[in-house]
Ligand binder design. Structure first.
Ligand code: NAP
Length: 452
C-alpha cells in the first residue's frame, strides 16, 4: 500500500505535513477546485497547517478542452490508482458510477472524502455515511446542497447546540428562475423554461429540476442533518412546478403571495387516537405560496436561500449562489480545509450525529393552508354550493376571489380560495367533492401556503 500521511505529532508543531489531494473530475467545478488548490497553496497551508498537494486529477478524456489551464502531467484516466495514494479525495465527477465505487475505495484506504454529488448521496447516502463512520473517516458534502452557500456545516456545527424545528429552502436555481420570470413578466411556464434553457440555467432535459427531483435529493440531506436522523429519497414527498400556470401566479400575486418551489423539512407533533403525543418529521418538495413579505420571497433569479427556524436561535436565513463552477468550488474548498485541519489535529472528530431516531411521516400527516383554483359555471348559487362542500369537510375559507371570463356568448367564473389550516385528508376529500359538483368545470390548481 502507498505510504500515506498521518496526523501531525503535537510534540512537533513546526513540522509541516503534506496531505495528498486527489481530484476526481475537472469539469465546471473540479477545474476551479484545481485552480484554487494550485493558486492559493500558500494561503491554504497557512489556514490548515498542512501543505495540500494536488497529487492528480482523474478525468475521462485528458485532451478534453477545459475552462482552466492546468498542468497536463497532473491528469490521469486511472482514478482508482489516484485514490489509493491520497489523504483527501475530492469527488466531482457526478453520477452514480464510478463515483460510488471510487468513494468506497477512498474510505477503505482511510482517506477523507469531499463530494458535491447530491444524486449519489440521495441514492446511497446512508450506506456511504455508515461505511465512512465504520472506517473512522470523514465524508463531507457542503457543495451538494445550495452550491456556494455554507448551509450544511452551520446546521451540523453552529446549530449543534440548538433544536431545529423547520427548514424551508429554495435549493434549485432553475425552478426559482422560472417561477421568478413567471412572477415578474407574466410568462407561461413553457416560455420561462425556454428562456432558462437559452441562458444556460436549465438543462436540455429539465426533468430533474422542474419535477422537483433535484430539490428532493437536497431536502433529504437537509432533513437528515437538521433532525439527526437519516432520511432517504423515498421519505420525501415530491411535486414539481410544471403544472403551475401564469393564472396561478397572477392570482397568488393578487392575494399578496409569491409561488416558490420549496424544500421543506419540518418537525411535527402527532397525537394518537388515545391522546399520546409523538414527534415525526415531514420532508417534502412542492410549489408553495409564500407571503410576499417573507424573506424567501425576495430570492430572485437563479439564487438559492435556506430559511431555518430553531428553538433558541429563532429565524436564520442563508442566501447565495446555488450553482456555478467557482461558487461551488468555494464550498468544496471549505470542506477540504476543514478536513485538513482535523487531520493535522488528529482524527476525523465527530461530525454528523444520527441519534435523533425521529420517524418520517407522509404528506397526509401535514396540516397547512391551501390555495385552490376552480373553474365554475357563472350562475347564481355556485358559490354557496362550493362553500357548503368546504363546510361539510371542516375546511374553513380565509379568502375568496372571483373573476368572470366571457367566452363568446357563454361566461365562466374563475374562483380562487385560500383556506385556513386543514389536514391533507380533509383537503383531498374537499377537492374530490368540489370536482363532483354539477356547476364545476374543473379544479385548476391545489397548492400549499407556508410562511404565515
Ligand atoms: P461536469 O462539468 O460534468 O464534470 C464532470 C467531470 O468528471 C469531467 O471532468 C469528466 O471528465 C469527469 N468524469 C465523469 N465521468 C468520469 C469517469 N467515468 N471517469 C473519469 N472522469 C469522469 O460536472 P460539474 O458540473 O463540475 O459537477 C460535478 C459535481 O458537482 C456533480 O456531482 C454535480 O452534481 C455537483 N455540483 C455541481 C454544481 C455546478 O454548478 N456545476 C453545483 C453543485 C454541485 P472529462 O472532463 O474528461 O469529461
Amino acid at each position: 500500500m502507498t505510504e500515506r500521511t498521518t496526523a501531525a505529532d503535537p510534540a512537533a508543531p513546526n513540522t509541516t505535513k503534506t496531505l495528498k489531494v486527489a481530484l476526481l473530475g475537472a469539469g465546471n467545478v473540479g477545474s476551479q477546485v484545481a485552480r484554487i488548490l494550485l493558486e492559493d497553496a500558500d494561503a491554504l497551508q497557512a489556514r490548515t497547517g498542512a501543505r495540500l498537494e494536488l497529487s492528480g486529477i482523474a478525468v475521462r478524456n485528458i485532451d478534453a478542452p477545459r475552462e482552466v489551464e492546468l498542468p497536463r502531467e497532473l491528469f490521469t484516466t486511472d482514478a482508482s490508482a489516484l485514490v489509493r495514494g491520497a489523504d483527501i479525495v475530492i469527488e466531482l465527477m457526478g453520477g452514480l458510477e464510478p463515483a460510488r465505487t471510487l468513494i468506497l475505495e477512498a474510505i477503505e484506504h482511510g482517506a477523507t472524502v469531499v463530494s458535491g454529488n447530491k444524486a449519489l448521496l440521495a441514492a446511497d447516502g446512508p450506506s456511504l455515511y455508515e461505511k465512512a463512520d465504520a472506517a473512522g473517516v470523514q465524508l463531507s458534502y457542503e457543495a451538494a446542497v445550495a452550491g456556494a452557500i455554507p448551509i450544511l456545516r452551520p446546521i451540523r456545527d453552529s446549530l449543534a447546540g440548538d433544536k431545529i424545528t423547520r427548514v424551508l429552502g429554495i435549493v434549485n436555481g432553475t425552478t426559482n428562475y422560472i417561477l421568478d420570470q413567471m412572477d415578474t413578466t407574466g410568462a407561461q411556464f413553457e416560455d420561462a423554461l425556454a428562456d432558462a434553457q437559452r441562458l444556460g440555467y436549465a438543462e436540455a432535459d429539465p426533468t430533474a429540476d422542474v419535477e422537483g427531483h433535484d430539490a428532493a435529493a437536497k431536502a433529504a440531506i437537509l432533513a437528515s442533518l437538521s433532525f439527526h436522523t437519516r432520511f432517504a429519497l423515498e421519505n420525501v414527498h415530491c411535486q414539481g412546478i410544471s403544472s403551475v400556470t401564469a393564472a396561478d401566479i397572477a392570482a397568488a400575486k393578487d392575494a399578496g403571495f409569491v409561488i416558490k418551489l420549496l424544500a421543506i423539512a419540518e418537525k411535527l407533533t402527532l397525537v394518537s387516537d388515545d391522546g399520546v403525543e409523538s414527534e415525526a418529521v415531514s420532508v417534502r418538495v412542492h410549489p408553495t405560496l409564500l407571503p410576499r413579505e417573507h424573506p424567501l420571497a425576495a430570492v430572485h433569479g437563479a439564487f438559492n436561500a435556506v430559511f431555518i427556524e430553531a428553538e433558541n436561535a429563532g429565524e436564520l436565513m442563508f442566501y447565495g449562489r446555488g450553482a456555478g463552477g467557482t461558487p461551488t468550488a468555494s464550498a468544496v474548498l471549505g470542506d477540504v480545509v476543514s478536513a485538513a485541519r482535523r487531520m493535522v489535529l488528529g482524527g476525523p472528530g465527530r461530525t454528523e450525529t444520527t441519534t435523533g431516531h425521529v420517524p418520517a411521516v407522509g404528506i397526509e400527516a401535514v396540516s397547512t393552508r391551501y390555495y385552490i383554483g376552480v373553474d365554475a359555471a357563472d350562475q347564481p348559487g355556485v358559490l354557496s354550493k362550493i362553500a357548503a362542500v368546504f363546510t361539510d369537510h371542516g375546511v374553513s375559507i380565509e379568502t375568496m376571489r372571483q373573476t368572470v371570463h366571457q367566452n363568446g356568448g357563454a361566461s365562466s367564473a374563475e374562483l380562487r380560495f385560500v383556506t385556513h389550516e386543514a389536514s391533507e385528508a380533509a383537503l383531498a376529500a374537499t377537492v374530490e367533492a368540489i370536482k363532483g359538483l354539477d356547476v364545476i368545470n374543473s379544479v385548476t390548481s391545489v397548492l400549499r401556503v407556508e410562511g404565515v
